[in-house]
Design a protein around this ligand. Structure first.
Ligand code: M6R
Length: 610
């Protein structure tokens, strides 16, 4: 949440900052601001609203100077207004701060500062930090930042500058990501390496409680006590391809990412399917076959869409590996104290690798001595670095706030993991080989499934004015129903509920009427007849039914009002195939509702606050 970009070097800072913010706007988009420096003068521009407002303001009143920091905000404390936008200044307008995260003890700190005569200009927690740093500042910004941070409780990724030390930028992190970039004409700071593609050649990820000091081409990493730290420097080209963060021919990132899925699924499987041993293998799990064999329980923990992928994982691990699995919301799991024995492995599922709750759940499990693994998309992210082992999705950056390609890749990776675990247990080589072949065919099946788009458009036009939509499925398709409902509600603001189809009669069927469509996930499989009965129950109460069903299924067509056909696949792959029409349906309905699909209200990509 929120994006930070900083630059110091031998070129004008504001174009670099604005371009970096453009790439990070999906991180938070309710206001934006920047500050640059010339000599000992600072140039502050900040605006509520989308980045375009700030860009206009800078065009009208340029912010000169070769160093600066900037921010795109997702409001936590104080509404989305000009004055609450970052950067924030201390009382003497010497120190400027941009901040991601939450200062939890801002209220007592603000009270103390107010008692000492400080006047506040915003409602933010961040401004407290600017005044604290200002309070300790006697010409040494690094020392003042360090001292101020000792008083702070909460999370932060910050970039700070002082008009008394031109060219200098200090960064620090605790719980909110920060990356330092080295490259084209200077040094950079960002909350996400995406902002630096094309500018920096090398990046250094800060760990919690580290600080970094940038000045022109010089940079250094420091520990909390300011002692020097040897940095591990990574090649940015290693994980960011040109054009990854661009929409190309697509009107929205979400649509681009939906259409990328044949390719992203192929990438998730590339080099991991092992015909010789009829299994899958992974480079980064860091588990010996003996350790693998000792695992007797898996806890999957995640948030949002990744949680839904985890729920599919539960079915996969149970069926293919015969292993006990529990799936926990990371936000709940982090504060619970469930009994876990030595053979329990905790597997965090996350696209961004930065979700605060998932990270906290992972850390708590580690602290208790459990082996932790991650299924993660973002290379170099905090969770990827802190887990004992893991599997990358290799899906490329996901920019649309609504997660799409990450979901299908997460499920594909969990299928491979279940095969891998299963092959050390009961799964025969014939079964293993069959699954490998079915997985290998999947990208083409998904490509074919995308052919339902025109069909989906027609269905969307018919139901776009619904105010409530139900999503119903059973077994593997129950989590898929939850995910379909989440997609619709987050980008179209239409109320949607996912339910196990047979649970309807225990209460929610009371919601059904002529204006409440139900999306039934009903491709052929073991529970097909059962789901058909559930569908009849809805029809009997006058509820319109949209069925996502196997191509050419006349039985479904005879009952449903509308049918979206999908190719047949084995049941354990159905959540992936069904996800395509569900994503497209949410997308098309949101467009018809006039919503900003890539930047839905109240949301931002990557939830790095608790
Ligand atoms: O980056 P993560 O996978 O950890 O993110 C988890 C959720 O915040 C995320 O899936 C969110 O629910 C998306 N907006 C769903 O589309």
């Amino acid at each position: 949440m929120c994006g930070i970009v900083g630059f110091t070097g031998r070129r004008e800072a504001s174009p670099v900052l604005l371009e970096g913010l453009r790439r990070l706007e999906y991180r938070g988009y309710d206001s934006a601001g920047l500050i640059t420096g010339t000599g000992n003068e600072l140039h502050l521009r900040k605006k509520a609203g989308r980045l375009a407002e700030l860009t206009k303001a800078v065009a009208a009143h340029p912010a000169p100077g070769c160093y600066g920091i900037s921010h795109t905000r997702w409001a936590t404390h104080g509404g989305a207004t000009d004055r609450n936008a970052h950067p924030h200044l201390d009382g003497t307008n010497t120190i400027a701060v941009v901040h991601n995260g939450v200062i939890e003890n801002f209220a007592p700190l603000k009270h103390q500062l107010r008692s000492a005569g400080v006047q506040f200009r915003s409602d933010t927690d961040t401004e407290v930090l600017a005044h604290l740093i200002g309070h300790y500042y006697v010409g040494d910004l690094v020392a003042a930042v360090r001292q101020a941070l000792t008083l702070v409780k909460g999370t932060y990724g910050i970039a700070v500058m002082s008009r008394a030390e031109p060219g200098l930028i200090v960064g620090a992190r605790l719980g909110s990501p920060l990356v330092l970039g080295v490259g084209d004409g200077g040094t950079f700071l960002a909350s996400d390496a995406n902002a630096l593609a094309g500018y920096a050649d090398k990046v250094v990820y800060l760990s919690d409680r580290q600080l970094c000091v940038l000045n022109g081409d010089d940079w250094e990493l420091r520990a909390q006590d300011l002692s020097p730290v040897t940095a591990s420097v990574h090649d940015i080209a290693h994980f960011l391809a040109d054009g990854d963060a661009e929409k190309g021919e697509f009107p929205h990132f979400m649509l681009k990412e939906i259409y990328e899925q044949p390719e992203t699924l192929a990438n998730a499987m590339r080099g991991r399917l092992d015909d010789a041993d009829s299994t899958a293998h992974f480079g980064g799990l860091n588990l010996s076959p003996q350790q693998l064999r000792q695992i007797d329980r898996v806890i999957l923990t995640a948030c949002g869409t990744s949680y839904h992928a985890g729920l599919v994982g539960e079915y996969l691990f149970e069926e293919l590996a015969r292993m006990p699995v529990e799936v926990e919301y990371a936000s709940e799991f982090r504060y619970r104290n469930p009994p876990m024995d030595r053979g329990t492995v905790v597997l965090a599922v996350t696209q961004s690798g930065e979700t605060a709750d998932t990270l906290a759940a992972l850390r708590e499990s580690k602290r208790m001595g459990h082996t932790t693994l991650a299924i993660c998309n973002t290379v170099g992210s905090t969770i990827a670095r802190e887990a004992d082992g893991g599997v990358y999705l290799h899906a490329g950056p996901e920019i649309g706030v609504a997660s799409t390609k990450a979901f299908t890749s997460q499920v594909a990776v969990m299928t491979m993991l279940a095969v891998y675990f299963g092959r050390t247990r009961h799964l025969s080589s014939i079964q293993g080989q069959r699954i490998i072949e079915e997985l290998r065919a999947l990208p083409d099946v998904v490509r074919r499934t995308l052919g339902c788009h025109d069909h989906v458009k027609r269905v969307a036009a018919k139901y776009a004015d619904a105010r409530n939509v139900l999503y119903l499925g059973r077994q593997y398709l129950y989590p898929a129903a939850l995910e379909g409902a989440l997609k619709l509600k987050e980008i179209s603001y239409i109320h949607a509920e996912g339910y196990p189809a047979a649970e309807m009669k225990h209460g929610p069927i009371a919601l059904v009427d002529e204006s409440t469509p139900s999306v039934f996930l009903v491709p052929r499989g073991n529970v097909f007849d059962k789901v058909m009965s559930n569908m009849q129950e809805i029809k009997a109460r006058g509820g319109p039914v949209i069925a996502i069903a196997s191509e050419g299924d006349a039985e479904v067509a005879a009952v449903a009002d509308d049918v979206i056909p999908i190719p047949d696949v084995p049941e354990y792959l159905q959540p992936i195939v069904v996800a395509i029409p569900l994503q497209l349906l949410a997308y098309e309905i949101a467009l018809l509702c006039g919503c900003d699909v890539d930047k839905p209200r109240n949301l931002a990509k990557s939830v790095t606050v608790e």
